[in-house]
Design a protein around this ligand. Structure first.
Ligand SMILES: Nc1ncnc2c1ncn2[C@@H]1O[C@H](COP(=O)(O)OP(=O)(O)OP(=O)(O)O)[C@@H](O)[C@H]1O
Ligand SMILES: [Mg+2]
Length: 872
């Protein structure tokens, strides 16, 4: 179809585009009835003809979903200029220009330019590859269309991009609302509007004949649904009023795109601001010290600025996008895991708590009926027949596209449905109430209808006429079945006078308990191993299920996971947010969770400092997927879930999650190592330069030299995006804790500065003669700086276990290159223009000694730090 549309667009004489995707009529066309609105859109209840739809597609353009819209290069460039480091660099550049230090200003501005260009093109490339991966996950909409005017209308799936204004669409649970629509008909419809309004609870929507006053807010009208939302439960038929860039969500987003603040952003943010404070402090410090000790004036400013510039990790964004994009590409290629939002890959590496739903993850989600029991616990096939009648009629009367797994199992087990009673009304299952109800017309009993309710045991018993003792006995009966690992449905019935009006939830009262249907669901074959594997990697697994606590606990036990004390949603409801955090940390299994509970538990865990991943596949998992740092789902999930998840797995398999986490740690580990090494060396250089600036009668390095050295460092550091990290990095969540991180960089920065100062001594010893010594000093220091940097890259690259049988990788090669440049550049023809002189051979001999000592100290410090980190 996509090809056909493309061909159409290419072949047809395209009519002039209307200005800026104007909708045919305003979305709610205030006061128009549904029929009038259909007419205003040149459509009808039978939908558009295929030809008309194709014409409109050419006219209005593709209906791109919010998450799939491209960011333009200009927007990206502006965003990268807003980056705090870039801003500080630009300020320093301007400052240099103000004091007419043209050399420094030019170098700084070129540095900004190079890093922005690299970043923008890197992000652009990364985005393109994510878009290509996303294209593997097509989302569709169900449209009602006709082949030609006179033909019967047909319902068919089309890619969401081909939906046009005037289309009539069908919506069911888990569907994305493909565009802005006006409801024509709706049954029990509730939509998730979280992406639009931030509100996580589903919002009820219904069709109205003539829209009256709506509550305030662009997304509030109850008869309209909007692109960017999805169906939580119920079903509807609706008219498309606006697509693509003309939708309300697109309009709201143009103002300023909300981006999720990820775990990675949070830690980088903290570190960045500490560095920036330091950068802002450096120039005044250098100026004041220069003036006080050597009576220097503003001429020190370019040097002071260069020192501050020396602190910036200019290549950070480039290393980050490259490392992540490579990781995502590899995951897709080797494991068919698709990362739909790149930063999520980094967060996946730092996930230390993984929340799962039970069905389909720990079990196979192929339930089979194992029994039907009456209230005494005796076999009673009648109970199954009631359950099946409920399943059959809710499926048909509520217009649901497919039965859920439990309903399917019930229908499979109770075959002869044909001559059963006829259904007249249905209130379909919803995961908050955990009930479904069908109203049946009892044959031979005119004027009487039978209400059949099935659902979770507690919810059904709450609606039955029972004394406390009987209720407790029935709960025990259910608990005993659940303790064997069975899933359960309770069934209750009631006879009521027939009626013409609507049935509502209020009618589910005064019921008679009929019995239980029990289900078995085999364990997923890979689950036990994957759980053990995850635990070994430092990931705590928590089960968040809507099921019975007994069933959930038994499934965990069967997989070798100690369930401990199960926390039910009712108990969680009684805890404040502050109490829930610690309780959630202690608990492994949460039962009877509704969609909101799942989200609240995830939020509470995040608030206690965990990075939380959530794996789920149902609409009832949507709020939690939103709330988590990383949302994961299997490929067969409903569209709404897939569109919201950050990581889409080829299948719902815990082993795949484990592989994805490893890939996240791979990329995240490289980024962390890059930051540690770069910032500690940068900081060390700054310390040393400040110290020597105080001692020396001349500048320890000229601004141009500082910047050239910076450029060499940056280029070498790109290698970290391509490195294969050590196994030690993959063994625990990669996490940048700002505190520990700052301690690391100051510690290693000081060691680095000590080596520099030692070199200073060596230089004093080996070079003599006033003028000659200045140039030689610069050369000597340049060489030493690059060599120590190369050494640090090799020694600190893999942490304490770096030696574990590894071959030389890209970082080794880059370090080698850096060392060669460090030694040869001052000796090359580039030396004199950069004001670097030649050095006596003795210098090299003594420098080698300094470097050997430095390496030894580094190794000792690294191992101590590694042991402390392992213990912490
Ligand atoms: N089709 C249905 N009709 C009536 N009740 C149902 C139906 N499906 C589920 N339930 C009830 O709702 C409860 C919760 O549903 P379910 O187990 O699917 O929740 P969940 O949160 O998706 O769990 P999981 O973690 O297993 O995926 C079930 O234990 C069952 O009692
Ligand atoms: Mg589920």
């Amino acid at each position: 179809m996509a090809e056909r549309a493309a061909a159409f667009r290419a072949a047809a004489p395209v009519p002039p585009r209307p200005p800026a995707h104007e909708p045919l009529a305003p979305p709610d066309a205030a006061g128009l009835t549904a029929l009038q609105l259909l007419r205003a859109h040149g459509s009808g209840p039978r939908g558009l003809t295929e030809d008309e739809a194709a014409r409109r597609l050419a006219r209005y353009g593709e209906n791109a979903l919010p998450a799939r819209r491209r960011v333009t290069r200009r927007r990206r460039l502006l965003r990268s200029l807003r980056d705090p480091f870039t801003t500080v660099l630009l300020c320093l550049g301007v400052l240099s220009a103000v004091v007419a230090a043209w050399g420094t200003a030019t170098v700084i501005l070129s540095l900004v330019l190079v890093s922005c260009v690299l970043r923008v093109s890197g992000e652009h490339r990364a985005d393109r590859s994510v878009a290509l991966l996303r294209a593997l996950l097509p989302t569709t909409a169900t449209v009602v269309r006709r082949a030609e005017d006179a033909a019967e209308s047909r319902t068919r799936e089309v890619p969401v991009g081909e939906v046009v204004p005037g289309d009539v669409v069908r919506l069911g649970p888990g569907d994305l609302v493909p565009a802005d629509v006006r409801l024509l008909r709706a049954t029990g419809l509730s939509v998730h509007q979280q992406a639009l309004t931030g509100e996580s609870a589903p919002v009820p929507k219904h069709a109205v004949q003539e829209p009256g006053e709506s509550p305030p807010g662009p997304f509030a009208p109850p008869h309209l649904c909007f692109q960017g939302s999805s169906v939580a439960y119920g079903s509807a038929t609706a008219l498309v009023t606006a697509t693509g860039a003309a939708t309300r969500f697109a309009a709201a987003h143009r103002a300023g795109d909300r981006r999720r603040f990820t775990a990675f952003d949070r830690s980088v943010h903290g570190i960045s601001w500490t560095l920036i404070r330091f950068m802002l402090l450096t120039p005044p410090l250098v100026l004041v010290a220069g003036a006080a000790l050597h009576g220097r004036g503003l001429e020190t400013l370019p040097f002071a600025v260069a020192v501050a510039v020396g602190l910036t990790p200019e290549m950070l964004p480039v290393v980050v996008t490259t490392a992540l994009a490579r990781g995502a590409a590899r995951l897709a290629r080797e494991h068919r895991v698709i990362v739909t939002r790149l930063p999520a890959l980094h967060d996946l590496g730092s996930v230390d708590v993984l929340c799962l739903d039970k069905t389909g993850t720990l079990t196979q989600d192929r339930p089979v009926v194992t029994g039907a029991l009456d209230a005494e616990g005796r076999d009673d096939p009648e109970v199954l027949r009631w359950a099946a009648a409920n399943a059959w009629w809710t499926l048909h009367l509520a217009d649901l596209p497919v039965p859920d797994a439990l309903d399917e199992a019930v229908l499979e087990a109770a075959q002869e449905m044909a001559d059963g009673p006829e259904g007249v009304a249905a209130l379909p299952f919803d995961p908050v109430r955990r009930l479904s109800t069908a109203v049946l017309r009892t044959p031979g009993r005119l004027g009487r209808d039978t209400l059949v309710v099935k659902g979770a045991v507690e919810q059904v018993l709450d609606r039955c006429v029972l004394d406390a003792e009987e209720r407790a006995r029935l709960l025990d009966l259910a608990a005993a079945e659940a303790a064997a690992g069975s899933r359960l449905l309770a069934v209750a019935v009631a006879e009521r006078p027939a009626r013409h009006g609507e049935w509502s939830h209020a009618d589910e009262r005064g019921l008679t308990f009929r019995g239980l249907v029990t289900f078995g669901d085999a364990l997923a074959p890979t689950a036990a191993d994957a759980l053990a594997e995850l635990a070994g990697r430092g990931v705590g697994v928590k089960i968040l299920t809507g099921d019975h606590p007994g069933t959930a606990a038994q499934v965990c036990r069967a997989l070798g996971l100690d369930p401990g004390r199960v926390l039910t949603a009712d108990e969680a409801d009684r805890l404040t947010d502050a109490e829930l955090g610690p309780a959630a940390r202690r608990t492994a299994v949460f039962a009877r969770c509704g969609p909101e509970h799942k989200a609240r538990i995830v939020t509470a865990l995040r608030a206690t400092g965990h990075t939380v991943g959530f794996l789920g596949d149902g609409v009832n998992d949507l709020p939690a997927l939103h709330a988590a740092d990383v949302g994961l789902c299997p490929r067969e999930s409903v569209d709404a879930v897939r569109e919201c998840a950050d990581v889409v797995l080829a299948e719902k398999d815990l082993a795949a999650v484990d592989r994805a986490i490893t890939a996240g740690r791979h990329s995240g580990g490289n980024i962390g190592t890059y930051l540690r090494i770069t910032l500690s060396s940068n900081l060390g250089n700054v310390f040393a330069m400040l110290a020597t600036a105080l001692l020396l009668p001349f500048l320890p390095m000229l601004p141009a030299q500082v910047l050239v050295q910076n450029l060499c460092f940056d280029a070498a550091q790109l290698a970290f995006a391509y490195e294969r990290p050590s196994r030690a990095v993959l063994r625990r969540p990669t996490r940048l804790r700002p505190r520990g991180f700052l301690r690391f960089i100051t510690g290693f920065g000081l060691i680095n500065a000590a080596a520099d100062v030692a070199t200073f001594g060596v230089l004093a010893l080996t070079t003599h003669g006033a003028h000659a010594s200045q140039e030689a000093f610069h050369a000597g220091w340049f060489t030493e700086n690059l060599l120590t940097q190369a050494l640090v890259m090799i020694v600190l690259r893999g942490g304490r276990h770096a030696a574990e049988g590894r071959t030389a990788g890209p970082v080794h090669r880059a370090a080698l290159g850096l060392a060669v440049i460090g030694v040869l550049l001052p000796l090359s023809p580039l030396g004199p223009p950069l004001a670097m002189g030649t050095l006596p051979p003795l210098y090299y001999v003594l420098l080698a000694t300094v470097l050997a000592l430095y390496a030894a100290v580094l190794v000792v410090a690294r191992d101590r730090y590694g042991r402390a980190a392992d213990a912490g």
